[in-house]
Design a protein around this ligand. Structure first.
Ligand SMILES: [Zn+2]
Length: 324
């Protein structure tokens, strides 16, 4: 009786933990409700934000980034790939690198812990940060912890604990070579809770844009619960280019585990932008860089003037043909 009582308590504690961790991007546990489950998600320094370059008058001189081991061909033992149901993530294992970032206006040196991606079900959405309200189809986040705190867990307790490099991705005709080495392993990662060692090797620097001088900087939060406000954000101006095939490979992942009966695609895993609430955003460049795709239309499809123009022309041509 006592044993079953203890078991009941253990099971109910475990269930509560599972429920607390059970957040999603839509529905009852979606981004609008995170603040009800995790009070920190209702803070005033939340991420992502809408970047409005024209509103940032002055150009800041933050200097160049100093990257450590980013240009070293990795060993397969450095990384582990996981599907955690929310994203595809590459974890940096003990003994790797360390891959570091400093300079670029950062006050300390930060060590890479993991990178992961956010993407949309259609090309007109997917990135977390937006530029003048417009999404890129994908955004990559390289998450670093402050070397002063020794490890990621300790850094998560500190207001200057993390530095995240945000890289936008645009769709082009060619595959991204470094990303392809990860995508090759994706069949082993189809379902949530999958983990595989990194099979191939690549250089982390190849995931960054060529122009690493132009970026914006602000203080914000993690974009997933518990949304801790401990992130020094960098979002590069220049996107990397990935192919449509690579983007579709991301959309083929499952949000569910292999044991579940449903198979919901892992996509639209981005948090909507949050207000700046008086925060300062710095930029190191003049001008702007906007995504090629425009805002999503009613059907969630690209609604750029060109697409409407072609549609209009086709309708007019068809009506003209009918009149003949
Ligand atoms: Zn992220």
């Amino acid at each position: 009786m006592l044993v079953s009582g203890v078991l009941l308590v253990l099971v109910s504690c475990f269930s509560r933990d599972v429920r607390a961790a059970d957040w999603s991007y839509t529905g009852a546990h979606g981004a609008d409700h995170w603040k009800d489950m995790f009070s920190t998600c209702g803070g005033k320094k939340q991420s992502p934000i809408d970047i409005q370059p024209a509103k940032i008058k002055d150009k800041s001189e933050l200097g160049a980034f100093t990257l450590g081991a980013y240009d070293v061909e990795s060993s397969p033992s450095w990384y582990q790939l996981i599907n955690n149901g929310h994203t595809i993530q590459l974890n940096v294992l003990e003994g790797a690198g360390p891959l570091t970032v400093g300079g670029g206006g950062l006050k300390d040196t930060y060590i890479l812990a993991q990178f992961h991606m956010h993407w949309g079900s259609v090309d007109c959405k997917g990135s977390e940060h937006t530029v003048d309200g417009m999404h890129f189809p994908m955004e990559l986040h390289l998450v670093h912890y402050n070397s002063r705190y020794g490890n990621l867990s300790a850094a998560l307790q500190k207001s200057d604990g993390l530095a995240v490099l945000g890289v936008m991705a645009e769709v082009g005709t060619k595959s991204h070579v470094a990303l392809d080495k990860l995508i090759r392993q994706y069949s082993d990662l189809k379902y949530s809770d999958s983990k595989v060692p990194m099979g191939g090797t690549f250089k982390m620097i190849d995931l960054l844009p060529t122009n690493r001088f132009d970026f914006i900087r602000y203080n914000g939060s993690l974009t997933t619960p518990k949304c801790l406000e401990i992130v020094t954000w960098t979002v590069f101006r220049e996107p990397i280019v990935i192919s449509k095939t690579q983007l579709n490979a991301l959309r083929a992942f499952s949000h569910n585990t292999a044991n579940e009966n449903t198979d919901t695609p892992l996509e639209d895993n981005f948090r909507p932008t949050l207000p700046l609430s008086g925060r300062i955003v710095l930029k190191t460049y003049t001008g702007t860089t906007k995504p090629l795709s425009k805002t999503c239309g009613a059907a969630g499809q690209n609604s750029s003037p060109m697409v409407y123009g072609v549609f209009f022309t086709v309708v007019v041509a068809w009506k003209s043909f009918r009149l003949l």
